[in-house]
Design a protein. Sequence first.
Length: 162
Amino acid sequence: MTGKKLKLTVQGSQISVFQKNGQDYISLTDMVRDIENGLALIEKWLRNKNTIEFLGIWEEIYNPGFNSPEFEGIKNQAGLNRFVLSVKQWVEKTGSVGIIAKAGRYGGTYAHKDIAFEFASWISPQFKLYLIKEFQRLKEQELRHRCNQGETDSARAVISTD
């Protein structure tokens, strides 16, 4: 993981966001931290056939290294009562870049913003809308900061050339 971690506050929950390769990843673990049996929700979501199809399409669009044949096997099993799949297994089997399982003290499951928003709608439509609103606020704040930084850099350049 690269870049600094930022926090969103959505309906009282602190949710981590970080950038990797210029893309925003949002913590699914933080989204469900305050929900009873929340961590089980991530696994339950990942067992859903519609989720697997969404993830597969996302990876086929954005990940040239995605293992499509392995995905097809997973998709055929998804939805069956005996089907179980962890985030770690998904990543290892398919070469997924949209979801990251990080072990350790600051670990958890992170997903690209597109996937995180999809997961948020599974928690609740209201939660998804507040998450999107907070994420957009964060991006606008970053843009203003970069613009202000650019103005400061420009002013320094003018001062130093005089």
